[in-house]
Design a protein around this ligand. Sequence first.
Ligand code: PLP
Length: 391
Amino acid sequence: MASGWGFTTKAIHGGKMADAHKSVAPPLYQTATFYYDTADEGARLGQEIPPGYVYTRWANPTTRAFEEKAALLEGAEDALATASGMAAVSTAVLTALRRGEHAVAPSAIYQATYQLFADILPSYGIETTVIPDGEVASYERALRPTTKLLYIETPNNPLLGITDIAGVVGLARGRGALTIADNTFATPYNQNPIALGVDVVVHSATKYLGGHHDLTAGVLAGGAAFIKRSKRILRIFGATIDPFGAWLAMRGVITLGLRVARQNDSAQRLAEFLAAHPKVERVHYPGLSSHPAHAVARRQMRGYSGMLSFEVRGGYEAGVRAFEALAVAKRATSLGGTTTLVSHPASLSSVHMPREVREAAGITDGLIRVSVGIEDAEDLLEDFGQALDQV
Ligand SMILES: Cc1ncc(COP(=O)(O)O)c(C=O)c1O
């Protein structure tokens, strides 16, 4: 029975896909549309939930197989694949909220999600409060009688802050509000927000689920009724995943457990190495006992993820020198794939964020964010060591 299987058995064998030829790899239905033979059959397929496949913007068998795997891994009743992580976030949020209702989200979330709450939703008459951190008390202070959504991202970007998921769920349950959690950084291998009471999980499948830097995709997972409503929103807004994208996401998910187990281990080793290094001021990693929410992370996560950040001593110049000296790690945006990627948030955000705002948010000049890949850990430690030697 699929629900009793371990994580990787579910990732391989979960998700039903009828295939007349019994192919082991899932077939790719790279088609925009499906034919029918009679007007009656066409009329039946025109229903809101058709008894078959009609048009890929509505549904596609390859996409459906990816959705079933994603639902299984997140412990959700159902899931819906989208063209990007932001399509998953916006579809989930637009399904949850109506004009005149109120939502709460922290400022330390993915930049585009922040803009959705801070700017786009208010312009459509949805009220929002952006709270300064992901603390349960900050969510509580922002509650209003009209609050219908509490949005969570944990661990978050770029300081690996942790939100107490069960604590936020407790606030929402008391007042009939929904919770949505972005589980991109953690992955379902390390954390299942739905098991902690969250209503809907969203992912940028561009990151760990796809896992190979070759795909832009997203998925949301939750209760069957919510996913049914979100399908309508997605069909109309049109941010549909291409079947080949769903196929790549599904192929990525098969090795998710193997990749993330190694990334958890390597990130822990790198975090400990950096924490002991004389040229490093501070390391942000939920797996270190020095992390302010280590106890919360230990309670709600099975592994601490492959994401970490650290501050090089000596300010902007020193941070940039170490950043540019890395040879195995590649300087690139995005995260969660096989290659170790680094970013320097101070230079990336300097164009649109004043220094005081950035520093108040903890994004110091020497901060480097690392998405640990699946290279051999020894090679990563050596690379970060030699880069710090050049500071
Ligand atoms: C935590 C998180 N959520 C959502 C997104 C958006 O995903 P996408 O770029 O696939 O739209 C990102 C992208 O970096 C992210 O880091």
